[in-house]
Design a protein around this ligand. Sequence first.
Ligand code: PEP
Ligand code: MG
Length: 887
Amino acid sequence: GQWVYRFGDGSAEGRADMKELLGGKGANLAEMAALGLPVPPGFTITTEVCTYYYDHDRQYPGSLRADVDGTLKAVETSVGAAFGDTDNPLLVSVRSGARVSMPGMMDTVLNLGLNDETVQGLARQSGDDRFAWDSYRRFIQMYGDVVLGVDHHHFEELIEIHKEERGQDLDTELQAEDWKILAGRFKDKVAEVLGHPFPQDVGEQLWGAIGAVFGSWRIDRAKTYRRLHAIPEDWGTAVNVQAMVFGNMGDTSATGVAFTRNPATGEHAIYGEYLINAQGEDVVAGIRTPQHLTKAARENANHAGGNAGPSMEESMPDVFSQLSDVFVRLETHYRDMQDIEFTVQRGKLWMLQTRSGKRTAKAALKIAVDLASEGLIDEKTAVTRVEPAALDQLLHPTLDPDAPRDLLTRGLPASPGAASGSVVFDADEAERRAKAGDRVILCRVETSPEDIHGMHAAEGVLTARGGMTSHAAVVARGMGRPCVSGAGQIRIDAKAGVMTCGGRQIAEGDVITLDGSSGEVFVGEVKTLQPELAGDFATLMRWADTYRRLRVRTNADTPPDSKTAREFGAEGIGLCRTEHMFFDDNRIVAVRQMILADDRAGREEALAKLLPMQRDDFEGIFREMSGLPVTIRLLDPPLHEFLPREDSEFAEVAAAMGVDAKALKDRAEDLSEFNPMLGHRGCRLGITYPEIYEMQARAIFEAAIAVTTGDGDPVEPEIMIPLVATEKELSILRGHVEAVAEAVFREKGTSVPYKVGTMIELPRAAICADRIAGAADFFSFGTNDLTQTTIGISRDDASRFLDPYVKMDIFPQDPFVSLDVDGVGTLVSMGADKGRAVKPDLKIGICGEHGGDPASITFCEGLGLDYVSCSPFRVPIARLAAAQAAI
Ligand code: PEP
Ligand code: MG
């Protein structure tokens, strides 16, 4: 193969689409050169050489040396200088460049080709002794550190000692003579540490640097970075060798970095910084404060009370205007916002790098829509340009990035958005204070369904325990409340009204701020910014919808949540969890009465109280959804969530039932389970207490008829049976639902169409889906329970070990957040196939939390499912992810 690719002088052997072979930097340097932009000439040694190098015990391919020598000759001709020449030396940079950028992970050597003789040539050529000796000492320092392994602190120490001797404070005060002395001391230090002298042979220098760059692919920090960013080990890096240009040759020289659009806001204006008389790393190192590129940015900064020096537009107007032209050409060519590095050497502009610039979600959105309006990309491409997960940042309030903050601790980013408020430890108190107009943050060890009203009243929720699908997390996401869960360092003493964390105390009433997008908790109030949902957001979502095949529904249990979801574009309800309606203050007593009754009569008495309330709930939801499909899941309570705990709660229920509190406690004791999530829940409850599901079915049909025959759109309810493991369970319960339907239709003298389906959330259900499909009109994969039961990890307790599991790459990600495709995904795929084999038009969706996760949505698109259902605030994310999956 070809090991070396040349670029420069208006042509190149490589192209932008050869990133696998040339790395990102090399491919884009080639592309810019071929476009005729001013790129210092050079060449790229391919990533295949890196692979060869590691496959062959760190040897290079046989012809590499000859290829490099030959190409270097071409560079010499182009520059008009020679490598190692004592009169007119060519200097080069040697840089790594993998397929994707790995900032700061691998090594770079600048000014290579300097030695005791060529430094004199450089001094004569440049007419600047100080520049030449400064360059030489920088080279010894960098090469010594990166290639020879002589730690940079040795060199810095020598500089400090020298400055002290001379009574100087700043590097800029050092003169040619000083740098010359230091270059000598640097070489002595290298010889002292290594036992042999600093290499004077420029060929040896070059191969040393190439070897160091290839070697840096396998250093620890690069390996760690790759692991964190899922970059394969076998990609390898390319090496770019390029003629040096100097931004530090006096006041007509400069170096800078720029974005062609503002990467924070997306605004269509050049955004960047430059430094006169400096080398690239000076801008990054922050030793001197860089100046703005444009006059407008400089004026803005000064209006805001800054003290910015002249912009490049003002100090170097000709070069600036060339640079602006280059920006336009690059954007038109790449059809995206670019992140650029450039150098001006004595008034001449050189481009050193371009790549697609990283940007905030807000900027990504604006840039995608703007580029489409400017005709640079089409709408379909614009849809692919915004990361769906990044929309989270846009749908919720965010912390003002400029606001000061005081970090208390970190937990899991359970529900996005930022909120501040006073700490309360009790749901009732949260509600009381909120009614009085306070903004509160509910802080609990963990939440239970009894806390729902408090969570609703609070601005945000903080828990010390619980994972990403813990009760608090699921409910908070559904309500759009920011939530940090599993903040394990926090100790809550609700009775004493304090919580402690890392030696700090927060008392009830103290203000804290949560960032549910990052999992951070701050002491005091941190300023937040409000989301903007019209404009570009609406435009991009409209475009996305034209490419989407999957339907997007929502998990919503109340009319307000349904409303929010519809505003975000939900096309129906995929999961209405009826148990969430049971925690209302007026109902919980009746619900407990139903659970604790010892016989059917007792249960029916309680159910009679619940029926009208459930009917109202469903009517409200049907109306809000105006004829869109609504899937209502019958009761699926792990019973422990409903049982009374406090004496006062037992007393209340006992009074309502007219029984003795002691007897009631015994009954609760009987009902308590070791493993409630695998206990008397889901359809098992409907099988043993048919009257519960019958009441719910009746409420659904009566509500559907009321809305349909009243002023509402016709309703076709979809009744869903949870936690089914066998076809028998489903056919029995289906029979009960059908009987209720007939009875209600007869009573009302009218009927509505309806469906009965099931959740597939147990492995057996997926495995036996063909049999289950016989009794089902639709399937909805409950991937929360399916994950819990397939992997055998508790969704409520997993946070304790999931973090190390993910860090050790046992799981690539939290399987409750992103579907475990190999395991759980295989069951989903099997269930869908088996179901469709029996019923080709079986409607199939997914309603676990994964329904709002982009990678899981891509998987669902691949299976050809009909819809995904997710919490209201994730609906836009799901719409965009589904569109991208279909493109
Ligand atoms: C599920 O198990 O995936 C599901 C959607 O139901 P729940 O989260 O209510 O158990
Ligand atoms: Mg479930």
